[in-house]
Ligand binder design. Sequence first.
Ligand code: ADP
Ligand code: MG
Length: 224
Amino acid sequence: SEDFLRKADKLNVVGQLAAGFAHEVRNPLTTLRGFLQLMQLRKKWDSDYGEIMVAEIDRINSIISEFLTLAKPNSMSFKKYDVGIILQNVITLLEAQATLNNIQFHMQVESCLPLVKCSEIEIKQVFINIIKNAIESMPRGGIITISSFVQANNIYIRFTDQGVGIPETLIHRLGEPFFTTKEKGTGLGLMMCYKIIDDHMGKLAVKSMVGEGTTFEIKIPFIS
Ligand code: ADP
Ligand code: MG
């Protein structure tokens, strides 16, 4: 059933993120361990090291919080959110993975966007799926430009990559369950995106040029 598919894909997104998550947490842990070992050796507390250690612990904590929001079962509660802030949190979560893949984010997102009545977890899933696809489309790295604008009663968010692009003959298949061109793809990510954006009375549009890149545009109405 549809519900099963959505659950399966959610697990998969979390699973895929787990590798990046482990990496991000392990780095500050290594730093912490090193400083503790040094201080143990010198039998003396160093306040400079202490300060760095607190900052590293804070970082681990925020990574874990971000991860837990995703793993939490979907409560489907619609509340008023600034989707720009949700987007910024997603970028924080994906930054390490992007860097590992030689990818930079160029953010042109307006601060203080009009509030949208939405399910935070679901909108987050949409952003993650689109950005992960963008990352996967650029095996040798590149730039992902994320921009926003407001027009009439809608917020528009665009994700543009410099990836392989999508042939015109395949564009209409996007969002079809299990449609994937990847060896280890699920072909469920975009299906979920279309469903979620539809649940929010929005639209998801795609423009692509083979060899040049792809733009996904989310249009979502705000509360006026
Ligand atoms: P998966 O990523 O598991 O393959 P998705 O539903 O997320 O499943 O995407 C389906 C297909 O759409 C991908 O396999 C790919 O062919 C194509 N696609 C999606 N986003 C992009 C993109 N940014 N650039 C190129 N192709 C894309
Ligand atoms: Mg995908």
